[in-house]
Design a protein around this ligand. Structure first.
Ligand code: FES
Length: 88
Protein backbone atom coordinates (compact mmCIF):
# COMPACT_ATOMS: atom_id res chain seq x y z
CA UNK A 1 0.00 0.00 0.00
CA UNK A 2 1.04 3.59 -0.47
CA UNK A 3 0.88 6.94 1.24
CA UNK A 4 2.27 10.28 0.23
CA UNK A 5 5.16 12.08 1.87
CA UNK A 6 5.94 15.62 0.83
CA UNK A 7 4.02 14.94 -2.36
CA UNK A 8 5.89 11.72 -3.21
CA UNK A 9 4.45 8.19 -3.18
CA UNK A 10 5.93 5.93 -0.47
CA UNK A 11 5.49 2.14 -0.31
CA UNK A 12 4.68 0.62 3.09
CA UNK A 13 3.86 -2.83 4.41
CA UNK A 14 0.58 -3.32 6.27
CA UNK A 15 1.14 -2.42 9.93
CA UNK A 16 4.41 -0.62 9.27
CA UNK A 17 4.97 2.70 10.99
CA UNK A 18 5.34 5.89 8.99
CA UNK A 19 8.86 6.26 10.41
CA UNK A 20 9.92 2.76 9.35
CA UNK A 21 8.47 3.26 5.88
CA UNK A 22 10.28 6.59 5.48
CA UNK A 23 13.59 5.06 6.55
CA UNK A 24 13.05 2.14 4.14
CA UNK A 25 12.44 4.73 1.40
CA UNK A 26 15.79 6.37 2.14
CA UNK A 27 14.75 9.31 4.31
CA UNK A 28 16.80 10.02 7.41
CA UNK A 29 15.30 13.34 8.51
CA UNK A 30 11.91 15.01 7.98
CA UNK A 31 11.58 17.56 10.73
CA UNK A 32 13.53 20.66 11.67
CA UNK A 33 13.97 21.97 15.18
CA UNK A 34 12.25 25.17 16.31
CA UNK A 35 15.57 26.82 17.14
CA UNK A 36 18.30 26.53 14.54
CA UNK A 37 16.41 24.38 12.05
CA UNK A 38 18.48 21.26 12.76
CA UNK A 39 17.34 18.09 10.97
CA UNK A 40 15.58 15.35 12.94
CA UNK A 41 14.13 11.91 12.16
CA UNK A 42 13.81 8.70 14.15
CA UNK A 43 16.03 8.72 17.24
CA UNK A 44 14.49 6.54 19.95
CA UNK A 45 11.94 4.75 17.76
CA UNK A 46 9.65 4.11 20.75
CA UNK A 47 7.72 7.35 21.18
CA UNK A 48 9.85 9.00 23.85
CA UNK A 49 12.02 11.65 22.17
CA UNK A 50 9.50 13.35 19.81
CA UNK A 51 12.27 13.86 17.24
CA UNK A 52 10.23 12.16 14.50
CA UNK A 53 7.24 14.54 14.33
CA UNK A 54 5.28 14.78 11.10
CA UNK A 55 1.98 16.27 10.00
CA UNK A 56 -0.53 13.52 9.18
CA UNK A 57 -3.58 14.46 7.12
CA UNK A 58 -3.30 18.02 8.39
CA UNK A 59 -2.70 17.11 12.05
CA UNK A 60 0.74 18.35 13.19
CA UNK A 61 3.08 16.84 15.76
CA UNK A 62 2.31 13.16 15.20
CA UNK A 63 5.11 10.76 16.09
CA UNK A 64 6.13 8.91 12.92
CA UNK A 65 7.58 6.02 14.94
CA UNK A 66 4.18 5.31 16.53
CA UNK A 67 1.89 6.21 13.65
CA UNK A 68 0.77 3.30 11.51
CA UNK A 69 0.97 4.05 7.80
CA UNK A 70 -2.43 3.83 6.14
CA UNK A 71 -3.29 3.81 2.46
CA UNK A 72 -3.83 7.29 1.09
CA UNK A 73 -2.43 9.13 4.13
CA UNK A 74 -0.98 12.54 3.36
CA UNK A 75 2.20 12.96 5.43
CA UNK A 76 4.13 16.20 5.43
CA UNK A 77 7.50 17.13 6.93
CA UNK A 78 7.30 19.49 9.87
CA UNK A 79 9.11 22.67 10.76
CA UNK A 80 9.45 23.18 14.49
CA UNK A 81 6.15 22.67 16.31
CA UNK A 82 4.11 22.61 13.10
CA UNK A 83 1.08 24.78 12.53
CA UNK A 84 0.68 27.16 15.44
CA UNK A 85 -3.11 27.14 15.13
CA UNK A 86 -3.30 23.37 15.63
CA UNK A 87 -0.33 22.68 17.91
CA UNK A 88 -1.13 21.74 21.47
S1 FES B 1 11.72 8.53 17.31
FE1 FES B 1 11.53 9.16 19.34
S2 FES B 1 9.41 9.64 19.49
FE2 FES B 1 9.61 8.86 17.51
Amino acid sequence: MRFSFDGKEIEAEPGQSVGAALIAAGYRSWRTTRHGGAPRGVFCGIGVCFDCLVTVNGRPSQRACLTEARPGDRIEPQEGAGRDDLAC
